[in-house]
Design a protein around this ligand. Structure first.
Ligand SMILES: Nc1ncnc2c1ncn2[C@@H]1O[C@H](COP(=O)(O)OP(=O)(O)OP(=O)(O)O)[C@@H](O)[C@H]1O
Ligand SMILES: [Mg+2]
Length: 273
């Protein structure tokens, strides 16, 4: 497990995702595969079913996500996205189901609300449950990574919504997870803050190199960030689209617009031009 990187090291690490040798040099303890992701970061799902009152809301899904891959999951409200994510997070004990899931043990979950403890300060929230001797240093480093250096003693309710979500992001990254599961993490933020969070998340994913499953309602968010976009409908994955566009991705390029139209079509949205 590598320590969070301070801001000064971002440019060095930025090239690591496409260059496994650079990654291996940067972090000699991590085992990485040919994509640059951790070898233990892969996700495998076979014939997964999750049901409520006898109704399958995740309906025999099989899916493989490679280590280090950034996958976005979109779909209509009620299509089963959060149910699938909760199954992968192993926080759905009370839900009936069947099938097989292989996920890394070292995973973090990020929700729409930051879920910070109001009676703990920012640093305590980030390092909660982290029992390593360098917990404080790691917490401070990851706090700097999310652009909040110096705010370690602040109380959560003294932060803006965007800042609280950055603390939640820091908390989810402080253990350097092999898998980051995020359920509409920016859904409650205003449009400008959301764009800033996209840039931040992209940069942090390049540094920490987790496998990512991001649930979102925002097609552009999916296309700006992900290597692959899945569309879920009535418990099934109906589209599995690879996004082979270079970063940073301009939202107005022809290729971007074509992918957007394809996804909106899959979502049943009629686009008037
Ligand atoms: N605890 C529960 N008890 C009964 N039904 C549930 C429960 N949780 C979810 N459901 C149902 O399962 C279906 C899928 O819900 P889920 O939350 O996974 O959808 P979603 O795709 O995440 O939707 P949204 O985009 O609105 O967040 C919905 O019809 C929902 O009503
Ligand atoms: Mg949901």
């Amino acid at each position: 497990m590598s320590a969070p990187l301070a801001n000064a090291r971002h440019s060095e690490a930025r090239s690591a995702k496409g260059n496994p040798m650079a990654a291996a040099t940067r972090d000699q303890h991590a085992v990485r595969d040919s994509r640059g992701g951790r070898r233990d970061g892969a996700v495998h799902i076979r014939d997964l079913v999750r049901s409520f009152d006898g109704r399958a809301v995740v309906d025999r899904i099989s899916l493989d996500i490679a280590a280090g891959e950034f996958v976005a999951l979109i779909g209509k409200s009620g299509s089963g996205k959060s149910t699938l994510l909760r199954a992968l997070a192993n926080i759905d004990d009370s839900v009936a189901g069947s099938g097989a899931i292989h996920v890394p043990d070292n995973r973090s979950v990020l929700f729409q609300d930051s879920r910070l403890l109001p009676w703990e300060n920012v640093l305590q929230n980030i390092t909660i449950g982290l029992r390593t001797p360098d917990a404080r240093e790691r917490g401070l480093a990851v706090l700097a990574d999310v652009g909040l250096a110096g705010r370690e003693n602040a109380w959560p309710n003294a932060l803006s919504g965007g800042e609280q979500q950055r603390v939640a992001l820091a908390r989810s990254l402080v253990r350097d997870p092999s898998l980051l599961l995020a359920d509409e993490p920016f859904g409650a933020l205003d449009a400008l803050t959301r764009i800033k969070m996209h840039e931040l998340l992209f940069r942090l994913v390049e540094v920490h190199q987790p496998t990512v499953l991001l649930v979102t309602h925002d097609v552009d968010e999916a296309l700006v960030l992900a290597d692959r976009v899945l569309v879920m409908d009535a418990g099934r994955i109906i589209v599995d689209l690879r996004v082979d566009l270079p970063h940073p991705r301009g939202r107005s390029s022809e290729a971007f617009e074509a992918l957007r139209a394809e996804l909106l079509d899959a979502l049943g949205v009629i686009v008037h031009v």
